[in-house]
Design a protein around this ligand. Sequence first.
Ligand code: URA
Length: 438
Amino acid sequence: MLPQELIRAKRDGQALPAEALRTFIQAIASGQIGDAQIGAFAMAAYLNGMDDAETVALTEATRDSGQVLAWDDLDLPGPVLDKHSTGGVGDLVSLVLGPWVAACGGHVPMISGRGLGHTGGTLDKLEAIPGYDIGPDQARFRRLVKEVGVAIIGQTADLAPADKRLYAVRDVTATVESMPLIVASILGKKLACGLDALVMDVKSGSGAFMPTHEASLELATRIAEVASQAGTPTTALVTDMSQPLAPCAGNAVEIRETLRLLRGDAGDSRLLEVTRALAVEMLLQGRLAEDRHDAEHKLERALASGAAAERFARMVAGLGGPADLLERPARYLPEAPLRVTVHAEAPGIVQRLDTRALGMAVVELGGGRLQAGAAVDHRVGLSEIVAIGEHVDAERPLAVIHARDEASAERAVAQLRAAITLGDAAATPPTLIHDAIR
Ligand code: URA
């Protein structure tokens, strides 16, 4: 089918045959199709949608548009597993989850991204560690996945290249918010990693990518169905992002929190609870545990024994970072020159947080990007962020700002106060795991 005929068919509301979609996506990857036709296709798909069969075909074509990683030749003793999240604020789940699952026998080749909009990026956080190389060669990546069980690195150019072009065009043609295009985009990249199983973390709440809980639930449901039909068993959880998941946000600050969690210094926390729930699903999907109880037991042991922390340390060292980061974080992680403790103007109980606004405050402090390709300041961010239901007063601040100068700190103080709603009534902390699609 010629590209213009495929666009016409979708424009007129017809379902597209799998083979035609595959040819079209391949032509996008090879550069034979220009941005005009990509944009027209995206708009037709946005307006008329795609059924499940089309979405599966689009996902498989995106996955196969470049290199698809294969692990068979390595004779790995355990399953190849991964998690993907729609992103959030204070969401350092990947940094804890990857090593934790590796310590339980999984192999996690995690291809992560940079900060996007108000959300932080795992790669930006890892680059706060001096020497950490997010772009190792294939041999090193594969060796780490085999020997350490986890390697968190950046996207390579030959993984799902069709999505790179399609996403760039969607970004400037008001077609990002299309369910089938989102599903195929996320899964096309993930399934190209040659996984035995995937767990998806779809966020819901004021810091989530999807605008409503219903939309998050629909995305989770469609991802689980489409991935499973495309041959990769997938479980999806809808988890809470109505407040930052960790009590901090920023790059070096989140690495510090990761180390505290892995060393067991942070105790139980919302971050750990969500990470544990995702890890349980991964162990079950990978048949690394007999049942939920067994999975939880294995995970507790891996954390308490220091095995998860050890995997993180080996991954960091294996990718060029310092071998003693866990023991001496202060020696390596950069600190902002200014720390400002921000109190509420009057005592009260935290009712609501505008998580997106808090994420944007971190971006404006320099912790994220206002323009594509800009450098980030790894030192800046927020710590000690209050949670819903907490009481704030002259003792308990709203948060601590880590800033590079007075001007940016002052702006962040106003943004922080505006993002946190206080009241007199007791407020119940939200449920952390809203839905599970298995
Ligand atoms: N993330 C992606 O990778 N693709 C989308 O379409 C949306 C979010």
